[in-house]
Design a protein. Structure first.
Length: 453
């Protein structure tokens, strides 16, 4: 799953959109770090006692190649960028940032994935949860999956490591910090993925796991809540019963066989996106959200997405139809989707494809797919919510502009050719400009960059 400003870029954007919008804003790229090896996921928040948000990025390290293909390093990094300008005046600078290392290579965290900000020790300061691991590790004889949390000390200048799980056969792509069992104490929930042999889709082990919190910054060993899920999960009370549920894409496991299952017979085990209902008596029960999108990558809730007060879910699959053999050639094209829950949220939700056909042309063979993660914000100031999205295996970054009639136009961000395998995005006002900047990391370019207007 790590799996791309000129007339050509303009022609590409127009070809994807049909007719380009007349009020497309001018975006400028500012690269704040061009030397973060294997830059991966990006998040943002007020980590330090500072009036402006910080940026936190994970990085996998330098990739090498061996006789079996790509070789990931044994250790990556997690770093924080703090705006170097003092104060918080409007329209402050966004070019210069002070970098602080949260996780160093000496900490031996293999493939640090998407961090989560959470106040774990109750001191009012955001700490950082770091899920880690490579999903094919067990196939090459490793058990290096981990979840650690890093205690924020000295106003984010020093970080203390705490282990939740290490040396695990599972890789963890994300984690949520919520009270899942109603005891008043937050727990950590993640999906453990052990993908086994890349050539064998039926040997995957995928589990929704909970590490029960003890209330003192320590956590109990993992318990399996349910089978399935994966990747980048979200905690959300889907059915409004007061208990926190989990919403998740599915990439590994039975979803690989989705094209061979008749649509009427597709259940939650082969669904692209699912939610796990936190029931009072029956544990966590998995329900299908979307059953026809191929392997899922990410899904996020968006309140009032269309201005009608309804919370909808924006999702991305992760496919590559360039591969000429099944199941890859049979999956739907790379796309961004909108899901709307119905009156019975346990039944598949209404789905609409937002991206136009051909929006994410994949380069590369097996192992490369598109798109990646997404973020939602009003990106052009017209009062409507738009979608920023990583192309991932489509080696650029993009945004989908919402039109007055509810359709979407796909644009490529300028100066993003080759900005592939991109993590993030986050859409946040970094400098009190009144507009939201968009931040991506790129594994291909070892970079963290901001697009601003």
């Amino acid at each position: 799953m790590i799996k791309t400003r000129n007339m050509a870029a303009l022609a590409f954007a127009i070809s994807q959109a049909g007719a380009a919008s007349a009020d497309v804003p001018e975006y400028t790229r500012t690269t704040i770090d061009s030397a973060l090896p294997g830059a991966a996921f990006v998040i943002s928040g007020n980590v330090a006692d500072n009036p402006r948000p910080e940026i936190v990025a994970s990085a996998f390290g330098e990739l090498s190649f061996g006789p079996m293909g790509p070789v990931l390093p044994d250790a990556g990094q997690v770093v924080m960028y703090k705006n170097s300008e003092k104060g918080n005046k409007p329209n402050g600078q966004i070019a210069n940032w002070d970098r602080t290392e949260i996780v160093s290579e000496e900490d031996l965290i293999r493939v640090p994935n998407r961090p989560t900000l959470a106040n774990i020790n109750g001191d009012g300061k955001p700490d950082v949860i770091v899920p880690g691991g490579y999903f094919f590790d067990t196939f090459i004889g490793n058990e290096l999956g981990s979840i650690t949390w890093w205690e924020n000390k000295a106003n984010a200048k020093r970080w203390i490591r705490h282990d939740v799980v290490t040396d695990s056969p599972f890789s963890y792509h994300s984690a949520v910090y919520e009270d899942m069992d109603g005891d008043g104490i937050e727990d950590i929930v993640s999906v453990g993925e052990a993908a086994g042999n890349p050539q064998l889709p039926d040997d995957d082990i995928v589990e929704l796991q909970m590490f029960k919190g003890n209330g003192d910054g320590t956590f109990q060993p993992a318990i399996t809540l349910a089978e399935g899920g994966g990747g980048l999960i979200e905690a959300y009370d889907v059915n409004g019963d007061g208990r926190m549920d989990i919403v998740s894409p599915q990439f590994f496991g039975p979803v690989a066989g989705q094209p061979f299952v008749p649509p009427f017979a597709r259940d939650a085990s082969v669904a692209s996106f699912v939610w796990f209902e936190n029931t009072e008596y029956y544990g966590f029960v998995r329900h299908a959200i979307g059953t026809n999108e191929g392997p899922g990558f990410a899904i996020i809730p968006v309140a009032n997405f269309r201005g009608d007060g309804v919370t909808r879910w924006i999702a991305t699959n992760h496919t590559n139809q360039n591969i000429p053999f099944p199941p890859f050639a049979l999956y739907p094209e790379p796309a961004v989707y909108e899901f709307t829950p119905g009156n019975d949220v346990t039944q598949p939700w209404a789905v609409r494809q937002l991206s136009t056909p051909g929006s994410f042309p994949v380069t590369g063979s097996v192992g490369q797919a598109a798109p990646g993660t997404a973020a939602v914000a009003d990106l052009n100031g017209d009062g409507r919510l738009d979608v920023a999205v990583s192309g991932d295996g489509s080696r650029a970054v993009y945004w989908l502009e919402q039109q007055a009639d509810g359709s979407f136009v796909t644009h490529q961000f300028p100066d993003s050719d080759g900005y592939g395998q991109a993590g993030g995005p986050v859409a946040v006002d970094l400098n009190r400009s009144g507009t939201k900047e968009v931040v991506f990391g790129s594994f291909d370019q070892n970079a963290v960059s901001i697009w601003s207007r």
